[in-house]
Write a protein that binds this ligand. Structure first.
Ligand code: ADP
Ligand code: ADP
Length: 226
């Protein structure tokens, strides 16, 4: 696990849009930080810069004690979960969960142990032999999260992971995410435009507008002001 520190981070896209403007933020070790704000406020851009999927135009990002500005995503020891799941359709749930570990040439027995643990945590044990097409949306999103968990990364980065689910499922997945975070305690950065999601999930919530940080505080202090 590790903290994530953004120091005076800017992102200017080709064409001149300043998507992120002088962002200073520390996500503490083990913290669940939600980045929230209206569409276009720069939250995905901020997350993608932490992941290394987007170059930064100015400032510095550190994960643990390493400045990662010039590190490719695969060397950042993070796992990312997206709204579109990105599962391999031709592989079973078990194979999807194991795939990243196989690539890293982890011994089979260790892979199997991690896959079983993740499946148990996510309630996927009875679906291990199924392919994604035979799963519900919620189950697919659990598999996507399982793939992040098995890698045991220093941090989870999630970009609107529940936004393709219906309202009822979103509520149950929020509860699952809370439980998962309590059990694993992995530093998490979670992007959403949904205030309720921010409030139920975040240890702290960072509110962005037009690429500028407006407030960072606990949900209680932000949303239940007197
Ligand atoms: P959010 O995730 O809060 O919806 P984004 O980070 O996706 O916001 O976008 C922030 C701003 O940057 C928006 O004005 C958006 O149009 C712009 N933007 C995002 N991606 C690109 C890109 N690849 N090229 C140019 N502008 C972009
Ligand atoms: P759906 O079938 O509508 O997609 P869910 O994705 O919410 O429903 O749940 C899929 C299965 O996982 C259900 O059998 C549910 O009881 C079980 N489940 C849901 N949350 C958890 C959890 N946190 N831990 C273990 N099992 C769970």
């Amino acid at each position: 696990m590790a903290n994530i520190v953004l120091r005076n981070v800017d992102k200017i896209y080709a064409g001149g849009v300043k998507a992120v403007n002088g962002l200073n933020l520390e996500i503490r070790d083990g913290e669940f930080m939600v980045l929230v704000g209206p569409s276009g406020c720069g939250k995905s851009t901020a997350l993608r810069m932490i992941a290394g999927l987007e170059d930064i135009s100015g400032g510095e990002i550190a994960i643990g004690d390493r400045v990662v500005n010039h590190l490719p995503p695969k060397d950042r020891d993070i796992a990312m979960v997206f709204q579109n799941y990105a599962l391999y359709p031709h592989m079973t749930v078990e194979e999807n969960l194991a795939f990243g570990l196989k690539l890293r040439k982890m011994p089979k027995a260790d892979i199997s142990k991690r896959v079983q643990e993740a499946a148990k945590m996510l309630g996927l044990e009875q679906y291990l032999k199924r392919k994604p097409a035979a799963l519900s949306g919620g189950q697919r999103q659990r598999v996507a999260m399982g793939r992040a968990i098995v890698r045991e990364p220093q941090a989870f980065l999630m970009d609107e992971p529940l936004s393709n689910l219906d309202a009822k499922l979103r509520v149950s997945m929020r509860a699952s995410l809370n439980t998962l975070h309590e059990r694993l305690g992995v530093t998490t950065v979670y992007v959403t435009h949904d205030q309720v999601e921010a409030m139920t999930l975040g240890d702290r919530v960072c509110v962005l507008r037009d690429g500028i940080l407006q407030q960072v505080d606990t949900p209680q202090n932000l949303f239940e002001a007197p």
